[in-house]
Each structure stands twice: as structure tokens, then as C-alpha cells.
Design a protein around this ligand. Sequence first.
Ligand code: FES
Ligand SMILES: [Fe+2]
Length: 460
Amino acid sequence: MLSAEDTDLLCRVGPGTPMGELMRRYWLPVGYSWEYETDGQPQRVRVLGEDLVAWRASDGTPAFTEPQCPHRGAGFFYGRNEESGLRCAYHGWKFDASGQCVDMPNEPAESNFRRKVRIRAYRGADYGGVTWIYMGPRQDDPPGVPQFEWGLTPPENVSHAQKIVYECNWMQALEGELDSTHVYVLHRRLNADDSPRYGLFHNDQRARFHIEEKPYGFTYGAERSELDGNVYWRTTQFLFPVYGMFPAQDGVVPLSVYLPVDDHHTLHMGVWWNPAGAMPGAAQEYGRPREALAEEPGMLAPGVGPMKPEQRGRFFSKWWPQAAPDSDFLMDVRAKRARNATGIPTVRLQDSAVIHSMGRIMDRTREHLGTTDVSIIRARRMLLRAAMQLREDGTPPPGSERPQDYYVRSCAAILPPGADWEAELDDWHNCRTSEPPRKVAEANRAFKERALPGEPAYRT
Ligand code: FES
Ligand SMILES: [Fe+2]
């Protein structure tokens, strides 16, 4: 349980709030680099409760600037992005990526008024096919972009599988990522003997948790008993402030991003990468999420399914999914009777349904946390502590000035009983090998053999 006051501290991210100020110490991913074309149409974005326009200047620099012109308030969305600046559609005032006014075509030629006018502007950068924003105080000297492994990996090894606007607060989305025991309940197939294409299954639903704090957040191992006496370990990374890596399968590592758009909206992005080599189809789809849904009710599809028609006038206008609260997340009651726990067609949408069902900001004064919620409790405590320390004495929050710390992975592994999971998996977790832990490969082979011939391995 969390008091209403602490819930507010944890969840609210607008300017001046403790958590909002913490978030502003980090580079945050906003979209795919291809979305922001050089000299292209500005895009409406909202980050940490601030409306902005995102555009790419003639030299390729991504720019994030305030959405209203300081002359008479016209929206820059209608402006022209040309010749190293964004020009307001109304009277032509033009601003560069740093926010400086560089032209006032309706003022006398000899006027120096333009030198005195600036708009709010935040630094942008590209890394790993993604465009990032830094809204913090170090605009002239920002810290480095987090060095996630996928950004240092060839594009054919990386799949940007999904991007989607959630209509709820970021923290309940992140809490879902760090919550291991829902995996074999929410995402399960109804019949253990069915193919993995209908969902996950494990006989041991009472995972034991082992949490290790790290300079960037924490790693935890969730321990489950296999029927043959071995131990199935699922390891998850929480990385400040908005990232989770749930367990990799088949040597593929997923990163989930929960960007706080405002207190009531979150932008989720999902990246998958294979440290050992190409991912099937990744090169063609680099940076372009998959949109298909499974044809058969109850069969799981990857990704989040198709988007609604462009939501013109709204932020992140192209990323509002069809599967949303107003469609009950495409739940199919026949599939729910016969195949999987929810009848919802992808794992990510199953997660989406439950976190939306909590309300815009989950009321944590009414919750009852049990022993298996220890990772959620720890993440909240670390975030609140870091926000308070930043406010009190300016202590940089975890990872904010250590981009190299983000070079880590999660994994799933089967180890003998009594094995030291952290030591056994250390090389994999710290990207020192591209060979998945040997026991994972063995486990996955066995898993596939139980599937029907010709079926793909299960993927979220
Ligand atoms: S309102 Fe933008 S130039 Fe006049
Ligand atoms: Fe989930």
C-alpha cells in the first residue's frame, strides 16, 4: 500500500514535481528516427506533461521546441521546417533548433529585435534508430545517451517491435514489467499441452524473488522449480527511470520503455535484439513496428496490432492502437473459453488491458501487496528515494550520468539446484558473451519439441 501523497509523488511528472524533475535528468526516447524527416513536417509530441513540436533541422539535428509562437501565439505545427529552422506560418518568424529567433521578415530590416526572442528548446539526439530528448538543466553539456546494447548492434540484429500510446500513468505500466508472477497467469494458455503459440505455461506459479540493487536500478531473479528438479530462473532488469528488460528467450533480449507523456498517458516502445546475429525480418522492418494480428482467435501475435487512423490534432498522432479501452482490447470470448486466459490477441495487449483497467492513476491506497510484489515495492522505494535526494541536495539519480551502465541484458535460464544464478549468468547479463547461457538453449529446444511440428517458437 502507498499513501495518496506518496502515490502522487511517484506518479506525477509535470514541471516542478519531484518525479518530473528526476525524469528531466535523463535522455528519454520519444520516437523512431525515421519519423522526424530532415526539413519535414513538425510532429506534435508531449513529454513529461509538456507539449512540444519535434522536427529535424536541415543538418539532421533533432529539435524539440515549444508549440506556440511567441509573436502572437500561432501553433508551430502549421509552420514550415526549412533552411535550418522552423518558420511560423502566420508572420514568418523563424527559430533554430536551439530556440533562437533567426528571422523576422515582418520587422524592419535594420531591427535587432529577433536577437532578443527565444523559445523553449530541448536537446535532441539519435541513437539506435531512436530519437531522444533531454529536458534537464544541462542543455549545453548534457550527459550521454544510455548505451543500450541494441544501439551498438548491427541494425539487422534489432527489431523495433512496437510503439503505442497508453491511456494511463507510466508507473503502473512499469510495475507490470517488473511483476514476474503475472506471466504464467495473465499470459497463459489454458491447456498445458497446447502449442506455445496460444500462450505461456509453467507448473510453478509461486516464484521466489532475489533482488540485487545496481547503480542503474536493480536486477532480480525469479526462481521456479522445474519438474525434473532443476531451477528455472527468469531475470529482469529495472533501469532508471522508465525501462524494464523482462527475460530473454532464445537469446533475444527485450527492452520496454514507458515514457511518461503526462500523468495520464504513457508511450510504450518495445525493442528486441539478438546479440548473436540477425533477427528474422529485422533489417526490412528496422524501426517499423509490426502491425499484424493473428488470424486465428486465441493464437498470439507479436506486437500490438494495427493503429487507429491517424488521430489528427493529438500528440503522437500515428500511435493510438485499435486495441484500447474503447474496444475492450479486442477480447474474443471464444478464444478466452478455448485457448488463452484473456482472449486478447497479443501478450503486450494483455498487459495493456490490465494496466488500463486500474484507472488512469492506480489508487494504491487500496492495494494489498504480497510477498511476490517485492520487486514493485523496491522500484517504488528507489524511485521515491532518488527523487527526494535530488530535491534535497541535488544528488544525480541512478544511472543519469552513467550511460555505460545501460549495457546489460536479462535472460531466462535453467540451472542446477543450488547454482549461484548471478555468478552463472554474469557474462550474459553484462554483455561479455553473445552465447546465451547453455541451459537456456537446451531448455528452449525441449520447449520447441513439445510444440506441434512447424510452429514458430513463442514470442511476445
Ligand atoms: S504568430 Fe508566429 S510569426 Fe506571428
Ligand atoms: Fe506481461
